[in-house]
Design a protein around this ligand. Sequence first.
Ligand SMILES: [Zn+2]
Length: 242
Amino acid sequence: MTLSRREFLTKMGLTAAAVTALPVHLTAGSTYTVQKGDTLGHIALRFGTSVRAIKNANKLNSDLIRVGQKLSIPADAAPSTDLLGAVRAQTSKIPVRVDNWRRIVVHHSAIKYGNAAAYDREHRRRGMKNGLAYHFVIGNGIDSGDGEIEIGPRWQKQLLGGHVKSYKINLTAIGICLVGNFEKEHPTKRQLDAFTQLMDWLRGQVIPKAIHFAGHKELRGEQTVCPGKNFPLAAMHQRYPG
Ligand SMILES: [Zn+2]
């Protein structure tokens, strides 16, 4: 099945605001022309597919691609599942403090086990009375679903985060945590699908104004490798500029 660009974007749950940040030629099942600065990783991320699937479809023996090269994108590359349904439904009942939120910070949990409830218990045990330090947790298929997005009490109640060192930044920063240690492992494809669906929706519909995106380690004063070297931070900055 070939989708038009509009159908593909609608399927991805993208709004007009988010669309402008995406490159043209976004039609799964067709051909993509390599642009300056592209890597197979970026292209796979944009189409919600894997480097391996693109290499197989084009009989590539290495990761090298050149500007102007035409790549066929496998027809099944479009993200198949709406991972956001439950989050949308729950958030529709919450009066979101749209004017409060100024940035979104991504984290890894630095451990391959756990889910929102487990981290909530751990954070309370460490003395955080509001519990789970993050607003959202994205599972890896071990203790919650692969790509499952869990909402924490701080999003339900629109409370400040507890996920970075600076109290001032916590006041206005939404924290999204992907389960896993991305210094050792890679995020799953569905985790990244869920992350981009969540980000597109937060930035496009929930908080439709300029909102800064950062990896935890990029914040001033933080001494951490979070979200880990295997989280595709550069590609995410390209997708979420500003
Ligand atoms: Zn972190």
